[in-house]
Design a protein around this ligand. Sequence first.
Ligand SMILES: O=C(O)C1=C[C@@H](OP(=O)(O)O)[C@@H](O)[C@H](O)C1
Ligand SMILES: C=C(OP(=O)(O)O)C(=O)O
Length: 435
Amino acid sequence: MSKTSMTETAPGLWAAPHASGPITATVTVPGSKSLTNRALVLAALASGRSRIGHPLVARDTALMRRALTGLGARIDDDEHGWVVTPGPVRGDADVDCGLAGTVMRFVPPLAALADGEVRFDGDAHARERPMGTVIGALRGLGAAVDDGGRGALPFAVSGTGAVPGGDVTIDASASSQFVSGLLLSGARYDDGVTVHHDGKPVPSLPHIDMTVGMLRDCAVEVDDETANTWRVRPGPVAALDLDVEPDLSNAAPFLAAALITGGRVHVPRWPAVTTQPGDTLRDLLSRMGADCELDAAGLTVRGDGRVRGIDADLHDVGELTPVLAALAAVADGPSHLRGIAHLRGHETDRLAALTAEINGLGGDVAETDDGLTVRPAPLHGGVFHSYADHRMAQAGAVLGLVVPGVEVEDIATTSKTLPDFPGLWTRIVEAERTA
Ligand SMILES: O=C(O)C1=C[C@@H](OP(=O)(O)O)[C@@H](O)[C@H](O)C1
Ligand SMILES: C=C(OP(=O)(O)O)C(=O)O
């Protein structure tokens, strides 16, 4: 029996496949979560019918789809993806945010346009994610929000069919999604929206650039000339016709597999120009010892089995941290991952979770004020907990390639942004065995 289909593993534990040699694979990475969910929101607000090709079909986008359908949009499947027919934003709806930051931060500003109450809730972990800034901002822009004083899920937004909009000052240091959410719906507010950030630097700024770029593609006028200020003029949102790029951040574990096993992984359709922060992987993995080659067919990453330690500011690309920390744990020198204090408010407190889980396998990770110091140490097998976090589960899978006996708890949590990650992962490791 192959290791990947072991039955002796305890319930809820997944025996991470161990690579006995270099992994060589071509991996078709599904569509970007961030692009898909922005496209859905814009399409629901647009003045005509939109087409979204190659969308991500995973939990976060299913939740977005259901939320927008409940609020009045119609979303049909076609041969290549989805066709979205917008409708007036409808109230008296319930939105399940699951654990999706994009749903909990992007949909409330849209729901403020509804003609009635929209109630939001989500997973247990979702209730711990920062939301007070969104709630405060919506109130500042003229919408009524009842959060029972919690500043977190669950809460209800009560719309009257219109939002005055205007200027609002927020502290977006905990999440760029606070800004993106307001900008995405702002053109439909009476006075548009001007968001000023006042606080420590905003993380994941490339994700705000992605929002601005997509708004402009929908003919919305956005002024982002002044640092920490974004102005969206009121006006119609033009329909989109978009082919979603592969999710470059979700390519991380597969590319890491090439580096860590001294193999070669090719990801087709890697865009030559993109707003996705995951493109930074080419630089980051190169600095960790990979050879990265981008051509018209896609990205090919090769490793020689040796992983170098890295000193990197990941403030702009925090979502890459779990997989990079896993690589750092088996590197040939120490790593410093900085600028990522905001990861404490992601799906889980990722700094604490990575420290606990890598150290649980014998690693030497220490939390700093704004990141992690990872020193290489001999690792042994054991249970790697996921904390309902898809990228924690991916990090455990990466370590399992080179550390025998790693069992990832709740591998199914990867379905948040990647359908059938275990199947895809097992196939690339099995292919290595039969090669
Ligand atoms: O807007 C987006 O699509 C995202 C923004 C980032 O959030 P934070 O700014 O909260 O890090 C990123 O980590 C998340 O995975 C997706
Ligand atoms: C932070 C993440 O997700 P979310 O969109 O739920 O914030 C992530 O995917 O790493």
